[in-house]
Design a protein around this ligand. Structure first.
Ligand SMILES: [Zn+2]
Length: 142
């Protein structure tokens, strides 16, 4: 048991892999990040091995895929084309993308995300981006 490991995602950057891992852990799925140090030391070699991989046990693979696809779809949402639609955008931002709750708090400082990047890559990034937290399901997104 526990030896059957499958790759559910791969990333070019260590923090992206760790963000995915943290996301999976938050959903109760145990995961590991592999080849991180290899890729960090030699990005070209990283391409050869397929990037920094997030791996889970086979029985969790389907659930992990669903979670990561949800994350990817959030990230790939189109940016607002112009300022005229800002109000509509703000309305969308006040609903949780996971559970649809409107109990949203926004933190401009993005301290949670910055904290994660400090832990994983040694310096804060994304500090100026608003961080949303759902009061109903504790889902976090930007
Ligand atoms: Zn929610």
């Amino acid at each position: 048991m526990g030896n059957d490991i499958v790759t559910v995602a791969s990333f070019d950057k260590p923090f992206e892999a760790h963000m995915a891992r943290v996301k999976l852990e938050a959903e109760g799925i145990r995961s590991i990040v592999s080849d991180e140090h290899l890729v960090t030391m030699d990005p070209l070699l990283g391409y050869a091995v397929g990037g920094i991989k997030v791996e889970v046990s086979r029985e969790d693979a389907a659930a992990a895929h669903a979670i990561l696809e949800h994350v990817a779809s959030e990230r790939s949402k189109p940016r607002e084309p112009d300022a005229a639609s800002t109000a509509e955008s703000d309305a969308d931002a006040n609903l949780c993308p996971r559970c649809g709750s409107d109990q949203i708090s926004v933190h401009r400082s993005g301290t949670r995300f910055s904290w994660l990047t400090i832990v994983f890559i040694g310096f804060p990034i994304g500090r100026s981006k608003p961080q949303h937290t759902c009061g109903a399901c504790a889902h976090n997104w930007r």
